[in-house]
Design a protein around this ligand. Structure first.
Ligand code: ADP
Ligand code: ADP
Ligand code: MG
Length: 652
């Protein structure tokens, strides 16, 4: 076994690989870009090396720097994770040329499967059923259009170099073919630098069912059953599961045999996935599944397979790469219970799944998903970390395992309900709605399900009155008061909070909500200002909430409601000349503090140095003034946190 490996990736997958390596006694080297200098994977690894600036092309995709990092640290092997360089055969060649081991298949296997058209021709030759269509060399529009007619509409135009659902267009009408073709080509050229396409029959009631395979260097190949990844948006997976709902022994045998045949056809070594498209219009039938592509790497959704087989796929990857045989034979690989994985993303489901960024000011996962089930959270971020625009906006994968599909799906819903994220728009409520969708719950899945139910799945009910009251109470700071019977205790708390406004303004979805709270009211009741006066008192229920700079987020099941809390001081300052407090422009570490409480400082004087994204930012006094408060040296701050406060000047 290796003594030390380098992980050429970031985020949850880097953390997940480190965990297994550690358990096996293998030391780990992390690599990071400037955006990730404080990332979790850097903290978890035994060593970490900077490989460049934030853009992936200058860091996580820079083969030279990654190989140099492995050489410098004495790592013997490189694990590529998924994405980035994981399916780049030229990278594999260079790793091998540098006398390092690539933890993955050979460059030849990756090349054989790298282009969808060539892979399909290869599979056809090996006797694996492939999606009916045209995957030849010709690219002239007349040829492709006539092939499309032969295949029969609807058809799917696909980039041969495609991945991540890019460069794909469904065409229902021959009149739309030319435009769809140029769209697919443009997207493919931009994403993969290759605009060649293939044309496939668009399968009816398509289900995406894939088979996990594993090979070693001794010619052995096994499968680890199937995963269903039909719940997709924009051709990308949302919730995956194992086994596939409604799978029959006959269908499973046919699919897994085809998958092992495919792996053997290219003498595959390591972890791989054979993706099939299934026509489920008449149930699962062994003559209605076809090879789509092979992913020659560890898949994002590999944990569901680990949960139902009890096998650690990363351990197997390390063993096989180190020259060992597959640890188990086919007969020894069992299938137990059911597993789901939900991908928690920073994205706006209601706005076409637009990717989001932000700082995770509040991030909590439940400890468990209910009796009889197991919850596993795979994440690469912690509270206070940022979701930057540079990389995939995945926050975590929630993986649940249980005895059967209904119990496990219920557990997934419970786990999502207990997940709290504030600081960025997230898809938690959408995932929970999908987990509770009647069709999904019935196992009646196909890749069009999310699209058809889009509206219902992304609808957000307006916050209840109680929820508004809880948000207002939290924003006022009055909820922190002890619910004591002694009115003086409440008043003492009130005094401690000095200048607590009795009138609290919240902004929700561009609506201003003004609440009145009596600090002495131990009932914690809130009245709202309305056009006709004050509302009746609304009792604020105990609520799960998070306070973060300028905001309150209230959690209700898997839904979250963000309220902006305009800071009266800040608005006054913005209107006036000087800023009264200085806030951290980004999350970071207060490295040096050059002034103290009570100091008179002059405009332009350096007050402290914030280290963020591996760079030092000097925070200077914007005006003359006296310091009322300053952050402590060595403290970690989130963005928007107050670093320095000045004594209020009487501006008369
Ligand atoms: P899968 O079939 O396993 O879902 P895809 O074909 O969608 O995988 O590709 C994997 C995706 O993972 C890529 O599109 C890329 O955007 C994303 N990705 C790559 N590296 C990382 C990472 N370290 N963390 C999160 N996402 C990543
Ligand atoms: P990528 O490399 O982007 O993952 P795939 O070929 O795996 O591309 O296709 C991505 C998704 O597009 C599939 O999971 C499936 O939902 C859909 N898809 C692909 N081919 C077909 C087809 N012939 N008919 C219907 N849907 C398809
Ligand atoms: Mg695919």
């Amino acid at each position: 076994m290796f003594q030390k490996i380098l992980i050429a990736n970031r985020g949850e997958i880097a953390c997940r690989i480190i965990r297994t390596a550690r358990r096996m006694g293998v030391r780990t080297v992390a690599v990071y870009s400037d955006a990730d200098a404080r990332a979790l994977h850097v903290e978890m690894a035994d060593e970490a090396i900077r490989i460049g600036p934030a853009p992936a092309a200058e860091s996580y995709l820079d083969a030279d720097r990654i190989i140099a990092a492995a050489k410098i640290t004495g790592a013997e092997a490189i694990h590529p994770g998924y994405g980035f360089l994981s399916e780049n055969p030229d990278f594999v060649d260079r790793v091998v040329a540098a006398e390092l081991t690539f933890i993955g298949p050979s460059a030849a296997s990756i090349r054989a499967m790298g282009l969808k058209d060539a892979a399909k021709r290869l599979m056809e030759g090996a006797g694996v059923p492939v999606v009916p269509g045209y995957h030849g060399e010709a690219q002239e529009i007349v040829v492709l259009a006539s092939k499309a007619r032969e295949i029969g509409y609807p058809v799917l135009i696909k980039a041969r170099a495609g991945g991540g659902g890019k460069g794909m267009r469904r065409v229902d009408d021959p009149d739309d073919f030319a435009e769809a073709l140029s769209g697919a080509r443009r997207e493919a050229k931009a994403a993969f630098g290759d605009d060649r396409v293939l044309v496939e029959k668009y399968v009816e009631k398509p289900r995406h069912i894939e088979v996990q395979v594993f090979g070693d260097d001794f010619g052995n190949a096994v499968h680890l059953y199937e995963r269903d990844c039909s719940a997709q948006r924009r051709h990308q997976k949302v919730i995956e599961e194992a086994p596939a709902p409604g799978m029959t022994e006959e269908m499973r045998t046919a699919m897994t045999e085809a998958a092992v045949t495919a792996a053997k056809a290219i003498a595959y070594s390591g972890a791989g996935t054979i993706e099939f498209i299934v026509d489920a219009s008449e149930g699962l039938r062994p003559d209605r599944f076809w090879f789509m592509e092979m992913n020659t790497r560890l898949q994002v959704e590999h944990p569901v397979t680990e949960m139902v087989t009890g096998i650690d796929l990363v351990e197997w990857q390390l063993r096989v790469a180190a020259g060992e045989r597959l640890p188990l034979t086919q007969d020894e690989i069992g299938l137990h219970g059911h597993a789901f994985e939900a991908r928690l993303y920073a994205e706006d489901a209601a706005r076409g799944f637009l990717p989001a960024t932000g700082t995770l000011h509040h991030l909590r996962f439940p400890a468990a998903s209910g009796a009889g089930t197991v919850l596993r959270v795979e994440t690469g971020v912690r509270e206070g970390d940022a979701i930057s625009p540079f990389y995939d906006p995945m926050i975590a994968k929630l993986v649940v395992h249980g005895p059967d599909r209904p119990a496990t799906l219920a557990a997934l819903g419970t786990a999502l309900d207990g997940t709290e994220v504030a600081g960025s728009t997230v898809n938690t409520a959408f995932l929970a709605a999908l987990a509770r969708d009647p069709s999904f719950a019935a196992g009646d899945v196909d890749t069009g399900l999310i699209g058809r139910r889009q509206e219902a799945l992304t609808a957000v009910p307006p916050p209840s009155e109680g929820l508004l009251a809880a948000a207002a109470l939290a924003a006022s700071g009055l909820d922190a008061l002890p619910a004591s019977d002694d009115p003086w205790a409440a008043l003492a708390g009130y005094a401690h909070f000095h200048a607590v406004p009795q009138r609290t303004v919240l902004i929700f979805a561009e609506h201003e909500i003004t609440a009145r709270i009596d600090p002495a009211d131990r009932q914690k009741q809130v009245r709202f200002e309305t056009a006709t006066g004050l509302s009746r008192p609304v009792k604020a229920p105990a609520a799960r909430l998070a306070l973060w700079p300028g905001h309150v987020t209230v959690f209700d099941g898997a839904a979250s409601y963000n309220f902006a809390v305009p800071d009266p001081l800040q608005s006054a300052n913005e209107a006036g000349a000087g800023a009264d407090s200085l806030r951290a422009p980004m999350p970071g570490l207060v490295k040096v503090v050059r002034a103290a409480k009570g100091n008179q400082v002059a405009k332009g004087q350096p007050l402290l140095i914030l280290e963020a994204m591996k760079m030092e930012h000097t925070i200077i006094a914007p005006h003359d003034g006296v310091i009322a408060d300053i952050a402590a040296e060595g403290s970690q701050v989130t963005d928007g946190a107050v670093l320095v406060r000045f004594v209020e000047e009487d501006k008369g």
